[in-house]
Structures are given as C-alpha cells and as structure tokens.
Design a protein around this ligand. Sequence first.
Ligand code: PMP
Length: 342
Amino acid sequence: MAFTKVAPPAIADSTIATIGNTPIVRLSAVGNKAQVELLAKTEFSNPSGSIKDRVAQKILSGLEAAKKIKSTTTLVVPSSGNLVISLALLSPRHGQYKVIGLVPERTSEDRIQLLKSLGVEIVRTPIEAHADSAESQFSIAKKIATDLPDAILIDEFADAANVEVHSQETAEEIFIQCEGRLDVLVVGVETGGTITGLAKALKAKIPGLKVVGVEPEHSSIQDGVNRSSAWKVEDIGSNFTPSILDKSLVDAWVKVSDQESYSTARQIIREEGLCCGPSSGSVVAAAVRYANSVSKGTKPRVLTILNDTGRNYSSTLLSDDWLLEHDLMDETMARSVAYHRH
Ligand code: PMP
C-alpha cells in the first residue's frame, strides 16, 4: 500500500517541541452568518490544551538561562488556571519544580482535577478580592513565596515574557499563515500578554490592522471602574488593569455577556467542530459584532484567538444541566438539547 500523506512533522524530542504552530481554521458556519471572513487560531491545539504552554515555556527557559531557578525550587503561581496547568505539565521536562497554584473560585472543577493529578498544591482564592487586598490571589502568592524557602513568584500579569513570546513567536506564525493579509485581530484579555504582544508585532507589519480587546460585561480592564467580579466566563476579565497591558495598541473594546459567550462557544463546538472553551465564545461573539459594525459591505478578514479547549469545562460549558441551573441556556441551545434528548 502506498503512503500518501505529505511530510508530517518529525518525531518530537519532548512535549516542549509540540508547543505552538497551531492551525488557523476558517469559521465558515459562524462566519457565513456574519459579513466577515472569520478565522480562528486554535490555541487549544497546544499540548495542555491552552495558549499558556507558550508562556510557561518562555518563563521557565528564561529563569533557567538566568540561573534564577534550581530543581528544588517551588513555583508559586497566581493564575486563573491555565498557566498553572502548563507549568506543572512542562516542569518534569525542565527541573522537577513543585508548583503551588493560587486559583480563583471561578475556575472549573475539571481544571482543578487536572491540577491535582499533576501534583499541584492548590489554594482557592475569592473572586471578589481586589488585587491590592490581603485576600487576593496576588497577596497570598507573594506571602507564600516570601515565607517559603527556595520559592519563586511567577506573576504572568507583570512578566515581560508573557508579552515577548507572542510578539516574537505567535505573531510570526499568524503573519505567515495569513500571508500578511489581516484587517482585524480579536483577542480575549486577562493579563493582557496576548493582545499586547500580538498587537505590537503585527501592527508593525500590517498597516491599518485594527486590534479589538474582549472582556466580560462587568470586567474593569478597559475603564478601571471597580464593579462586581461576578461573571462566569473563566480566564478573561479582571477587576484591575494589568501592568503588561499596553492599552494604546487596542483600537476598540467589546464587552460580552455570560449568556452570549456560552451560547457562542457551544455553537462553535456544534457547528464548526472546534472544541473550545467559554472565553473563545466571548471572542468570536465580539468579533462578529465588531466586524458587522465596521464592514460596510466589505468582507473584512478577522482573526480570533481560541485560547483553550472545551474539555477543560465538562462540568460547566459542556453540561446542559449546569447551563440550565445558571440560566445560560439560550433558545438555540435548548432546541439542540431537546433534539438530543428525544
Ligand atoms: N482565554 C483563556 C482560556 C486564557 O487562559 C487566557 C489567559 N488567562 C486568556 C483568554 C487571556 O489571555 P491573556 O492573559 O494573555 O490576556
């Protein structure tokens, strides 16, 4: 029998070599309903299922090159979950670092189970606590990192590596994959690392590129107004403005409700066959809304970043019962559920 596949990637030396080079996929079902050429960079194709593998690898290799870390070091990580997962997954391929994760109560039980299986020590932190308060994930992390001998604080909200990995690596992939042709880039924002790195590098290469930041309805990143942090979508939004975010690179902000985010994520899974998480739903909903408002009959090419896998959310996004319980089941989803239950 003749082999017909053309040059698949060679054997990777370790999981580290499989980070990045994620496919860009056309969202033809969702995109066709909007007047846009809608594209998605599938960051859920990274080994741990999220974009944060890139950041974890950049941070660990930087610390190792600077000799700031030993195999006995404990990494203390305030994060909504994905960076802790990536650091824990990559650690055995680096040193044998112990990982302590300061993870907000919003984070799904599915990710907590994964973290536990990776041997991560987890401290849950209240979502309402402001970054400056003693109960915040940052304050608790700082205290643990100071009190514990041989511990280091990994602060993705302030670490330049979280911007550089995207301006140096992710942006180049996008430029090559899109052959330099892109009108709008739409990115979910929490630490601001992805949007700042991509906007910086791609705006320098693609004149006229518009960059759109996406956050949940009650989040304070854009305007700094202190409000309730009680949104459900994980991994985007914050009740403060992170120091690595360069707002001058962001042309527009779009806020998306929980209901629109969850229903769009389920639509992407169902209609596009891309198993993404809730923040990807927010980003695609924002992309369609923004592009429709500016397209004026042209069909702009719009790239969204789908940051993590829906498999992280079996007990929330993928659970009809959870969506019903939290009043997040919209009409289209209810119809498809009714169809499946017959
Ligand atoms: N979506 C998901 C799933 C994420 O894990 C993150 C990172 N917290 C974001 C969006 C936001 O990206 P950034 O931290 O680079 O702003």
